[in-house]
Design a protein. Sequence first.
Length: 192
Amino acid sequence: MAVRTLLLSLGMGLGSIMLAHADGEVQKLITAADKARLDKYGETRKAALEEAKAGDPSEVKQLDDLLARPLVAFSDKDLTGNWKCRTIKAGGISPLVIYGWFKCKVTDDGSGWRLAKITGSQRTTGRFFDDNEKRAIYLGSFSVNDDKAKPYGSGPESDQVGYAFRNSASEWRIEFPAPYYESKLDIMEFKR
């Protein structure tokens, strides 16, 4: 992709960003702050999950059950379609908070998967990039209610980064290390 085309795509927002296929494209798009968050993913996740143990025992069990599920490859499944999704906040202001289920949708515009959380007050919209066989990188934009999402790269209050993991044909999640608001680790869980 030519530099001019890439800049035009970025200017048009997340809807125009091309999916990277393990060719380093995500490294050209990711902000320095988000790269640093991914670099510290392991230690951030460990600290957040340690704090989460002090949460409500029934919620701790739900979190433990989610994280204990084996990971499977993304390559043999299509994520497009409607999903129910919920956010789990670990560490930070509260040890552990598990929200109710909302609606999310994954589409494919020909260049890869695009996520939109379409109900609930806290929203996300973004794009997935190949990382390895069992993990993808998500670059997205946080917004509230029906406010229009800013393009990725607009700043730390709206930029989101995370690793996506698939557990089965009907379950997957994104883990967001060090989100701007409230927690040390956000986990967005998806089910058909």
